[in-house]
Design a protein around this ligand. Sequence first.
Ligand SMILES: *Cc1c(COP(=O)(O)O)cnc(C)c1O
Length: 243
Amino acid sequence: MRDDRREELATRLAAVRERIAAACAAAGRDPSEVALLAVTKTVPASDVAMLVDLGLTAFAENRAQEAGAKVAEVADLRPDATPRWHFVGGFQRNKAKAVARWADRVESVDSVRLADALDDAVRREQDAGGRADRLDVLLQYSVDGDPARHGVARDGLLPLAEHVASCAGLHLAGLMSVAPLGSDPDAAFADVAEAAAALHAAFPQASALSAGMSGDLEAAIRHGSGVVRVGTALVGERRLTSP
Ligand SMILES: *Cc1c(COP(=O)(O)O)cnc(C)c1O
């Protein structure tokens, strides 16, 4: 069982790396410019441990509280590894404390309220000796600006960046976006690239661009993404049974 899964993950990882390499070649980019973030929200810690063995170093989760247990489990399974953990989910302010415990980077900040809650939680965690570093933050940008969905619209982006940059517990690192369902990914990521460039021009430290998932990573790489967040293509459709 275990060996089968290990083999499956190795095969899937090779295929994903091949897609990234091909997309980079087509775009005239160096593959070392594109980091692979493994989205492990649907799989158990044992799978993450296997992905660590296969050389992956960055993982993403989308449940603020549940992820804490998985992070601890992976640390037990692979005590010598130092994976980086990203949070990519929507969350309420009352989950900020949980996120501040385990996350190295939060990719889904879209409001001043959330930024303040995270900043507060990180500084408490620092005071308590739970973490030494600041929390890396990506602003989640909404391509269509739909207020019903997650993400900050274009006109709110720079004001939010200004605020995050002023938070002592946070480090403004860049932009994240998801192409709207049913949209043309090239049009969406062209827009995302413009927003990322505007952010980077105003805040030189905000250089990261996280865009592209299993279904659209090629288009994202064409438009300059530096981080692709890949779940399904890497781990399959498996669903986490019980935590
Ligand atoms: C689940 C998720 C992904 C990965 O999506 P796949 O299509 O499974 O690759 C990427 N980004 C976010 C924000 C997600 O929630």
